[in-house]
Design a protein around this ligand. Sequence first.
Ligand code: GUN
Ligand code: ZN
Length: 431
Amino acid sequence: MKKQTLLLGRVLRFSGDPMRQPWQDVVRIDSAGGVLLCDGRISAVGDGAALSAAHPQAEVTDYDAALICPGFIDAHVHYPQTAIIASWGKRLIDWLNTYTFPEEMRLADPAYAEEIAGRYLDLTLDHGTTSVASYCTIHPHSVDAIFSAAAARGQRIVAGKTCMDRNAPEGLRDSAQSAYDDSKALIDRWHGTGRASYAITPRFSPTSSAEQLAALGALWAERPDCLMQTHLSEQSDEIAWVRELYPQARDYLDTYEAHGLLGARALYGHAIHLEEREIDRITETGAALVHCPTSNTFIGSGLFDMAGLGARGVPVGLATDTGGGSSFSMLRTMAAAYEIGQLRGTPLHAAELMWLATAGSARSLHLQDRIGTLAAGMEADLCILDLASTPAIAQRAARAEDIWETLFATIMMGDDRAVADVWIAGERRGG
Ligand code: GUN
Ligand code: ZN
């Protein structure tokens, strides 16, 4: 008989999308729940005592008052920017030129790319993040580095070679043809191997010629099972620059749409300053957006309309956008999403924030049938949250009138100390 593991504790459960339905109808926390793991997957979720009785041979870990959640899913990151997170004082284009491109250049050294890939995944695992969708650099070996590092840790991951053939320094530019060829070879090498999947990754319209966007659009048409990730309407100066570079485009989204880079498996990071036509096209096509709240405040980009876009049914993932974002923590990211909601007059509930950081991100990555929810058949990636991890949080939790108030204190004030444990594909990694 296969080894079974039973985790006991409070268990976070989803049965629908709380951005579209009242959260009370689709999100709940079982106070004495259990999650049974077998062969890398979740085989049952339910009442802890009943699962214990039905599976007496299972090895039990009792987390008591801690919260068993799906592992966090960070839907937009740049792992190569790990070492330059929290760089001071620049807005988007200057930030790219001053801090980001010089650092990405350093990943020309394969040994450095490997070091950063490993460092990044260890840091994020310490924060309870079990899957990410990452940009790499233009160097194909930077893609090998992150896929290899994720495979060594058993993690599900999405990644792709960042493509740029203009407006980037010498040494950090490819071409339309090499972007197509290298991306295609990387898809063949990695897409669907183990827990890896590939995202075709033009960085953003300012750093791609129309020829490069068209080449990557053609590649996506050949490999429609891949995701396509890029940036959209993050900052007003960037949008004005796109208008200059693509004078014939109706709007920023049209620079992608006209080159075959709009579709249901598209993933647009930021998407703050959208025009009506762009929102209509995103809604019609089923493309996903990614909310990057700590980045949007840190780089000074603006306030994403989470409530409005979520209510229209646009799939939205949540992300740190490391290293434009100022934290590796999805707890901190949820806190920033809450604060931006407050600034817009639409605060998100703890249940909605937790859904965005797990099932919502999974849906944006088209991985909702594998990760992001605790349910039988799903892959066993879990994060265990200590809801009283610091004296400040514990004293607030002691005053809480219900579990949501307790959890909200950890969302707003928690960090890696709140991550009591992490499980990847049914294996305990530790918090
Ligand atoms: N737009 C194009 N590249 C980037 C990047 O690396 N980070 C952010 N935040 N925005 C971008
Ligand atoms: Zn980004």
